[in-house]
Design a protein around this ligand. Structure first.
Ligand SMILES: Nc1nc2c(c(=O)[nH]1)N[C@H]1C(S)=C(S)[C@@H](COP(=O)(O)OP(=O)(O)OC[C@H]3O[C@@H](n4cnc5c(=O)[nH]c(N)nc54)[C@H](O)[C@@H]3O)O[C@H]1N2
Ligand SMILES: Nc1nc2c(c(=O)[nH]1)N[C@H]1C(S)=C(S)[C@@H](COP(=O)(O)OP(=O)(O)OC[C@H]3O[C@@H](n4cnc5c(=O)[nH]c(N)nc54)[C@H](O)[C@@H]3O)O[C@H]1N2
Ligand code: SF4
Ligand SMILES: [Mo]
Length: 731
């Protein structure tokens, strides 16, 4: 019956950008009334050219998900109870204010998770809301992810958002560490259809080299793969630089005259010969030398390091050294190397981020472990102890916004326990999951197909400039609210309750305007707008006059051309020069030396992994993404399996300093001997969650093993890679 009806009804097509991961794929959604007929890649999207992955079709699952909340709920002794928005807002404000009145403003903590950066409502309206809480206890997934990238960029280029992006479409040699774009679809490298783009390097006669403790999907595609011991990448990068300098291969080109600290680097790397670090990295000296020679001999080359080298004990050093390699070989800010995008909404310029010399690090510290703030946030590795440690500075109340830190932060069990001990908790989230089950009130926003979208973040990380505006496809259910409306309402109430004679910022656009208007202004004043700031300097390929309306009319988005050299406009350091050897980073080498001067006890070490059909912790309630065989397994090399008398499919217990989990073993020679892997984002078996599908494919959480005390103490980033673990027999 249903099909027949469908045939009769006219189908329509809706075009939008997928906002689930960083790739920004253009979608073509065929629909009829409220029915989705098909979700396909939009072949006419100039950037993604029809690429799509299985997660995009799950947008329908999220839209239809009976577990997804549409209206606010309150936790009661007899279960969750729906409530009106007015009741919810009043109770949230009263609950938080009661805590702040008794214990001070900092007694409220905030955690913002990953989907915030994929939603324009959250990007524009959550910062003023968070400010209205007047707390210094702000946390986010940044310190479990890319913080070291921002840290290095800030110290070297003068702004945390000046992140160099590999120019995959023009490079001839790509050296990739700790990234698996064939599963993740690329990160800090927005590049829809990354597989084709990587194959493009090979078609140009170029080469891809992967450094990873696991022979990943990307490593299989690459021309060369080397296993590395988890956490030893800084040594590998130093040895590369050693060879580059020792063999006279350094060639910074035109940038040489703009660099400070080149001789410091040359002095430092003298101590790190490939021979001296080979045992520690597991990569033979000759291989390191060959990589250095090939890299330097290539017409263009780029070194790129992501998650695996960011979320480890020396994440800051790794991201610094990756930049240094590109700089000293003349592969920074030039085609085929690492480049800086010129997005249509130039977040750095428009929002006035250009303040050379502004300090963004260590302005305050966490109360318990004195961990340093960066960019206004404290390290999430220290969140649980701030709640659990009694004292005047204790966090008594939490607001979580689009985050699931119980599954995503190191030692998640401890955080689980901490949330249980709060006086009051609010979550702005679409699900009752491992984290939000602790909330007193959950405020659910609209999401996915019900929302308008403009990507404020990922154009800034893209391998090519483009711009696109997506309208909402479906009306939300009656009474539902968009995230920006929730933030707006809460902000006004908190501001009104604090003293009101605080000077109001005249340019406070979020106070007065809806998102579409703000995006429109951002475009008009952006480099491609009629009133463009920095227009001439950023060389905008003649594109001008961008507005939201023009983007809507274009349907598929507008291409704005490849990247152009940008340092002359973009460098924001205090003296206007590139800082090759910032003191904080140079000094951190001592910590590296000290760690590797001890012979490790050689237990097994643990790393994570991603799968194309997962998205961190929150898409396992989609039936089509979770079907098939269990993906939450312990990958182990045949050698280690033998040693432990384990065979494929057998259960084992993995133990670490902080906890243990039990899961099936998957034996594979894709693992480096001595290293085991568990994917993150699983463990959906906690009491009181409301995730019918995910609960059936629960798996276990790797973050019940990762350690909040092991971190990159320089930047404050969590260290997920290289956790010492041991195996035992299930009881
Ligand atoms: N061991 C290990 N741990 C890791 C990682 C790893 O590789 N290994 N990866 C780390 C990384 S890179 C990251 S980014 C973090 C992610 O850490 P988190 O951001 O804490 O975790 P997510 O699983 O992304 O949780 C997203 C939450 O947002 C909710 N949500 C989804 N869509 C919306 C929406 O539109 N609006 C709102 N308000 N809520 C929404 C979901 O229900 C879920 O609760 O995890 C980190 N943790
Ligand atoms: N399908 C899917 N896509 C996603 C996500 C998802 O959960 N699922 N998450 C999104 C998010 S939030 C992010 S941040 C990005 C991350 O995107 P990527 O950075 O590409 O992340 P991963 O796929 O986790 O790749 C990290 C790689 O580092 C390796 N590794 C681990 N430890 C080390 C080490 O010490 N040294 C070296 N050299 N390598 C190491 C791992 O084996 C793994 O292959 O992906 C995004 N896209
Ligand atoms: S690759 Fe990312 S952006 Fe593209 S369809 Fe898949 S989830 Fe969406
Ligand atoms: Mo992430």
């Amino acid at each position: 019956m249903r099909t027949k009806n469908k045939e009769k009804r006219e189908t329509q097509r809706h075009y939008r950008t997928c906002n689930l991961c960083e790739a920004m794929c253009g979608l073509e959604i065929e629909y009829s009334g409220q029915d989705i007929i098909a979700i396909r890649g939009d072949k006419n999207d100039p950037f993604s050219q029809g690429h799509i992955c299985p997660k995009a079709t799950a947008l329908e699952d999220i839209y239809r998900d009976p577990d997804r909340l549409k209206l606010p709920v309150r936790r009661t002794e007899t279960g969750w109870q729906q409530m009106s928005w007015e009741e919810a807002f009043s109770e949230v404000v009263a609950g938080i204010q009661a805590v702040q009145a008794k214990h001070g403003n900092n007694a409220v903590g905030v955690y913002q998770g990953n989907p915030n950066v994929h939603n324009m409502g959250a990007m524009i309206y959550s910062p003023p809301f968070v400010r209205s809480l007047r707390t210094k206890n702000r946390f986010s997934a940044t310190s479990a992810d890319q913080l070291p990238h921002h840290f290095a960029a800030d110290l070297m280029f003068g702004h945390p958002q000046l992140l160099p992006i590999p120019d995959v479409d023009r490079t001839h040699y790509m050296l990739m560490l700790g990234a698996n774009p064939l599963a993740s679809n690329g990160s800090i490298m927005t590049a829809p259809g990354i597989k084709k783009r990587l194959q493009g390097i090979q078609k140009r006669g170029g080469k891809i080299v992967v450094i990873d403790p696991r022979r990943t999907e990307t490593a299989v595609l690459a021309d060369e793969h080397h296993f590395i011991k988890p956490g030893a990448d800084a040594l590998f990068l130093l040895a590369l630089l050693h060879t580059i300098h020792a063999e006279g291969l350094d060639n910074p080109g035109e940038l040489a005259s703009q660099m400070d600290g080149l001789s410091v680097i040359q002095d430092i790397v003298a101590d790190f010969s490939p021979e001296s670090v080979a045992d520690k990295t597991g990569i033979p000296a000759e291989a390191v030398k060959q990589i250095a020679r090939d890299f330097c001999a290539s017409k263009t080359a780029v070194c790129y390091g992501r998650m695996g080298v960011s979320t480890q004990e020396f994440g800051g050093l790794c991201q610094w050294l990756v930049n240094v390699i590109n700089l000293v070989t003349g592969n920074m800010d030039s085609p085929g190397g690492a480049m800086f995008p010129a997005p249509a909404i130039d977040v750095i310029t428009v929002l006035g981020g250009n303040r050379p010399g502004k300090q963004r690090f260590n302005r305050w510290q966490s109360a318990v472990r004195k961990l340093p703030e960066f960019g206004g946030e404290l390290p999430v590795s220290g969140l649980a102890e701030e709640i659990l440690t009694e004292g005047p500075a204790q966090i008594k109340s939490m607001v979580t916004i689009a985050g699931n830190p119980v599954l995503s932060s190191p030692n998640g069990r401890q955080l689980d326990e901490a949330f249980e001990n709060l006086d009051f908790m609010v979550s702005i989230d679409i699900y009752i999951n491992e984290t939000t089950r602790h909330a007193n009130i959950i405020l659910p926003p609209t999401t996915g197909l019900e929302t308008e979208h403009y990507d404020l973040v990922f154009h800034n990380l893209a391998v090519r400039n483009s711009s696109k505006y997506s309208e909402a496809l479906f009306e939300p259910v009656e009474g539902a609210k968009h995230d920006w409306e929730i933030f707006q309402e809460l902000r006004f109430r908190f501001e009104n309750n604090h003293d009101t004679n605080r000077q109001r910022n005249k340019l406070d656009l979020p106070r007065r305007l809806p998102p579409r208007k703000i995006i429109d202004l951002g475009l008009r004043f952006g480099p491609y707008g009629a009133k463009g700031i920095n227009q001439k300097k950023l060389q905008t390929n003649g594109q001008q006059g961008l507005t939201v309306q023009r983007l809507i009319n274009s349907k598929h988005g507008i291409d704005l051309g490849p990247h152009k050299p940008m340092f002359n406009v973009r460098l924001m350091t205090e003296n206007g020069r590139i800082q090759l050897a910032p003191q904080l980073l140079v000094e951190d080498l001592e910590r590296l030396n000290s760690k590797f001067s001890k012979t490790p006890k050689e237990p097994l070490t643990l790393i994570g992994r991603r799968h194309l059909r997962s998205n961190n912790s929150w898409m396992h309630n989609s039936p089509r993404l979770t079907k098939g065989k269990n993906r939450c397994t312990l990958l182990i090399s045949p050698k280690d399996a033998d040693k432990h008398q384990l065979e494929d499919g057998m259960m084992t217990v993995v133990n670490s300093r902080v906890g243990h989990v039990q899961l099936p073993v998957e034996v594979s020679d894709e693992m480096m001997p001595g290293v085991v892997s568990i994917p993150h984002g699983w463990g959906h078996n906690r009491k009181g969650t409301q995730l019918q599908v995910a609960e059936k494919h629960a798996g276990v959480s790797i973050n019940d093993l990762t350690d909040e005390m092991t971190m990159d103490v320089l930047t404050g980033n969590a260290a997920f890679s290289g956790v010492p673990v041991w195996l035992s027999i299930p009881e």
